[in-house]
Design a protein around this ligand. Structure first.
Ligand SMILES: NC(=O)c1ccc[n+]([C@@H]2O[C@H](COP(=O)([O-])OP(=O)(O)OC[C@H]3O[C@@H](n4cnc5c(N)ncnc54)[C@H](OP(=O)(O)O)[C@@H]3O)[C@@H](O)[C@H]2O)c1
Length: 302
C-alpha cells in the first residue's frame, strides 16, 4: 500500500481502545470513535460510520463487557457483542478492509486442565460468553479479511479493571478475600494493542501472504497463568507507593464463597501456539506486563 493506511478504531474510550489509539498513533490516518459518536446497538449508525470513514482497517474494541450485568440484559449484550460485529464485518467486506475484533476466554467452560486451543469446542457458562461466541460466529459467517483475537483477564492503566480495583481496595483494607480456584492469564491492554499493531502492519505489508490465508481466529494472551488471588498477590507485592505505603494481604477463597450472577470457568488459560506459529508474535509473561503497567501508573501519579 503506497498511501498511509486509514484506521477506524471503534470503542476508542475503552481500556483496549485507548491503548490501540496510542499504539497506532503514528500508523496512518486514525479515526477513533466511541459512544458519543454512535451507538453500536443501532446498525444504521454503524453502517453510516464505516461508509463515511472508508477505512483500510477497522479495529473493534467496543463491546458489552459487564459480565455479571449481562445475565439480566441478554438482548442488549447480544446486540452489541454479536449483531454489531456482524454489521462491521459486512461493511468491512464491502470495502475489502481488514476487521480486527476481540473475543474472550469465557467462550470456554473451564473443564479442560490444559490450555485451550482454537479448535476446542466452545461452551460458554454465562450470557457474556455466549454473546461473544455469537459475535465470533457472525464474523466468520460473513468472512472476508478478518482477525479475531480471543484474549483474557484484560487490565491496563485506564478504565475499569481488576488491577485498578485491587489498588483502590488495597489502599482501604488490610485483607481481601480473592478467588483462588479460577485460572487464567492476566493480559495487559498495552501488550494486546502492541501485538495487534505488529500483526496488522505485517498483514498490510503482505508479510503473511497476499491470499488472506492468515484470516481467522487466534488466541492472544500474555504468557503464563495464575489465579485471581495470585494476580492480586502479585499486584500487592509490586505496587509499592501506589498503595500509599500499605501492605494488604490477599486471602485465597474458593469461587463458591464469592457468588456472582455469572458463572466463570475454572480454567480459561488459552494456548497462544497458533499466534506464534502464524505471526511470530508472543506476548510477554503476565508478571512482566504487570510491571510495565504499574510503572506507567507510577509515572502518571508523579
Ligand atoms: N475486559 C476483559 O477482561 C476482557 C477479557 C476478554 C476479552 N475482552 C474483550 O476485549 C475487548 C475490549 O474490552 P475492554 O476491556 O477494553 O472493554 P471496555 O473497557 O469495557 O470498553 C468497551 C467500550 O465499548 C463501548 N461500548 C459499549 N457499548 C457501546 C455501544 N452501545 N455503543 C458504542 N460503544 C459502546 C464502551 O463505552 P461505555 O464505557 O460508554 O459503555 C467502552 O468504551 C472486548 O471485545 C472484550 O469483550 C475483554
Amino acid at each position: 500500500m503506497s498511501r498511509s493506511p486509514s484506521v477506524l478504531i471503534v470503542g476508542g474510550a475503552g481500556q483496549v481502545g485507548k491503548e490501540l489509539e496510542r499504539s497506532f498513533s503514528d500508523f496512518g490516518d486514525i479515526v477513533s470513535v466511541d459512544r458519543d459518536r454512535f451507538d453500536l446497538a443501532v446498525p444504521e449508525q454503524i453502517r453510516a460510520l464505516v461508509r463515511r470513514a472508508r477505512p483500510d482497517v477497522i479495529l473493534n474494541a467496543a463491546a458489552y463487557t459487564a459480565v455479571d450485568r449481562a445475565e439480566s440484559e441478554p438482548d442488549i449484550a447480544m446486540a452489541i457483542n454479536a449483531a454489531a460485529p456482524r454489521v462491521l464485518a459486512e461493511e468491512a467486506r464491502q470495502l475489502n478492509a481488514l476487521l480486527v475484533h476481540y473475543s474472550t476466554d469465557y467462550v470456554f467452560d473451564g473443564s479442560k486442565s490444559e490450555p485451550w486451543i482454537e479448535e476446542d469446542p466452545p461452551h460458554p457458562l454465562n450470557v457474556y460468553g455466549a454473546t461473544k461466541l455469537a459475535g465470533e460466529e457472525a464474523i466468520r459467517q460473513v468472512g472476508g479479511r478478518f482477525l479475531i483475537f480471543r484474549t483474557s483477564w484484560v487490565y491496563g492503566p485506564h478504565g475499569q479493571n481488576f488491577l485498578l480495583t485491587m489498588l483502590r481496595m488495597g489502599r482501604e483494607r488490610d485483607r481481601l478475600n480473592v478467588v483462588d480456584d479460577q485460572h487464567g492469564a492476566p493480559t495487559s491492554s498495552i501488550e494486546l494493542a502492541n501485538a495487534t499493531r505488529t500483526i496488522v502492519e505485517g498483514v498490510l505489508a503482505g508479510r503473511f501472504g497476499f491470499d488472506d490465508a492468515w484470516a481467522g481466529l487466534y488466541h492472544m494472551t500474555c504468557s503464563g497463568s495464575t489465579t485471581w488471588c495470585g494476580f492480586a498477590q502479585a499486584i500487592f507485592a509490586r505496587a509499592g507507593r501506589l498503595l500509599n505505603g500499605r501492605a494488604p494481604q490477599a486471602n485465597p477463597i474458593p469461587a463458591a464463597d464469592y457468588p456472582t450472577p455469572a458463572k466463570r470457568p475454572r480454567n480459561s488459560v488459552l494456548s497462544n501456539a497458533l499466534l506464534q506459529h502464524r505471526f511470530g508474535v508472543q506476548l510477554v509473561r503476565w508478571e512482566t506486563a504487570l510491571d510495565a503497567v504499574l510503572e506507567e501508573l507510577r509515572k502518571d501519579s508523579n
